[in-house]
Design a protein. Sequence first.
Length: 36
Amino acid sequence: MIKPVPPASSFTIRDLAAEFGVTARALRFYEQKGLL
């Protein structure tokens, strides 16, 4: 389950990768392809 966070919070790419169980490289790839 994803924990709600205040809108002003920010995350590093490593934080997001750890939260979603993927690598930082995968997140960058998804962003490059327009999926994020």
